[in-house]
Design a binder for this molecule. Structure first.
Ligand SMILES: Cc1ncc(C[n+]2csc(CCOP(=O)(O)OP(=O)(O)O)c2C)c(N)n1
Length: 359
């Protein structure tokens, strides 16, 4: 896969219309194989299925909470597939699709939501950081990390995901400033899903979010977040700019949270009637399916096989979630510091003695 794009591409970047028509843009060329297109579709379907199963597991009492990504699949797959293995990702708490693309097992993803782990996965294995629920703070972690990458002279990029609500946080604006003045290799990927729990976008900003980039001195790109090809193209461009020392970019992916903020929320209480129906017409998966069909890139047996794979994955998720082991109590003390610390070790020993007293 490869992509080239002029930095100053104006306006809203869309390559696939909601009807699945490919829109040529002279400044943006994509070089994808037929397999790449089919893989995008497969990723989109599988992560929607992971999300659906997790939501159902929460309803059945198997998870304490879940933050659905429904509707944001293309923003996540398109951006994550643009990453290289050595790039590093800082997610918020909804990036299940990015996690999937980084190779995090979906069952590991469920662990913090089932309360069997404080984190869920080993961030260093997949270069995919732990979820951050303190809204927006991960932009500062990412910027600091990117400044470290820069000082190491490494040719890696860092990408950080956050929402439209987070864009109002001081942390995010501080991160923009630091990243800009230090030319840090970080891509700020804002999934503007139109809502921050019950707060609409108009309570966060009076100008489109990507235009804020101007004031910080970084490029701001506006992309159709429900178009996996456009997201892939602009993120590839921004990541390459970061890796090549041309500094940070703000990407605003225009998308929609089709589900609830979390399984503890009821969006019907704040959403205007008809909004969801309008966005259903822009579904990120349907347009790829239409594109594949229209261009004869996939036949019925391909779609059937993806469906069957998704059913198998769902079975495994349900079973492995229910079978998940409780954590070893002493793992509480792991990873408190980068290196072992005498005080933490003392506490570990005390708890070990206490637990042994029950044997
Ligand atoms: C610092 C902080 N303030 C408030 C909250 C409560 N909170 C959790 S999610 C959320 C809304 C975030 O909205 P947005 O950034 O648009 O992301 P989305 O959840 O829509 O993906 C808020 C206010 C929090 N977790 N952290």
């Amino acid at each position: 896969m490869s992509v080239s794009m002029e930095p100053e591409s104006p306006g809203f970047v869309q390559l696939l219309t909601p009807e699945g028509e490919y829109v040529e843009r002279s400044e943006l060329s994509l070089d994808l194989t037929e397999d790449d297109h089919r893989e995008f579709y497969r990723d989109l379907v599988l992560i929607r299925r992971i999300d659906t199963e997790a939501t159902a597991l929460q309803r059945q009492g198997e998870l304490g909470l879940w933050a659905p990504l429904l509707g944001q699949e293309a923003a996540q797959v398109g951006s994550a597939r643009a990453l290289q293995a050595h790039d590093y990702v800082f997610p918020s708490y909804r990036e299940h699709g990015v996690a999937w693309c980084r190779g995090v097992d979906p069952v590991e993803l469920l662990r913090p939501f089932r309360g069997t782990s404080h984190g869920g996965w080993e961030p260093r294995e997949k270069n995919f950081h732990l979820y951050t629920t303190s809204v927006g703070s991960q932009t500062l972690h990412a910027t600091g990390y990117a400044m470290g990458v820069q000082r190491d002279g490494a040719e890696s990029a860092v990408v950080v995901y956050f929402g439209d609500g987070a864009a109002s946080q001081g942390d995010v604006n501080e991160a923009f400033t630091f990243a800009s003045v230090f030319n840090a290799p970080v891509v700020f990927f804002c999934q503007n899903n139109q809502w921050a729990i019950s707060e609409p976008l108009e309570r966060q900003t009076r100008i489109p979010l990507h235009r804020r980039a101007d004031g910080f001195g970084l490029p701001g790109v506006w992309v159709d977040g429900n178009d996996v090809l456009a997201v892939y193209a602009v993120t590839s461009w921004a990541l390459r700019a970061a890796r090549e020392g041309r500094g940070p970019t703000l990407i605003e992916a225009h998308t929609y949270r089709m589900g609830a903020h979390t399984t503890s929320d009821d969006p019907t209480r704040h959403r205007p009637a008809g909004e969801l129906a309008d966005w259903r017409l822009k579904d990120p998966i349907e347009r790829v399916k239409s594109f594949l069909r229209k261009n004869r890139l996939a036949e019925a047996d391909f779609f059937t096989a993806v469906e069957a794979e998704s059913d198998d994955l769902a079975d495994r998720i349900r079973k492995d979630c229910r079978d998940m082991a409780d954590p070893e109590p002493l793992t509480l003390f792991d990873d408190v510091y980068a290196e072992r610390h005498p005080l933490v070790e003392e506490e570990r020993a005390k708890l070990a003695d206490y637990l042994a007293s029950f044997e």
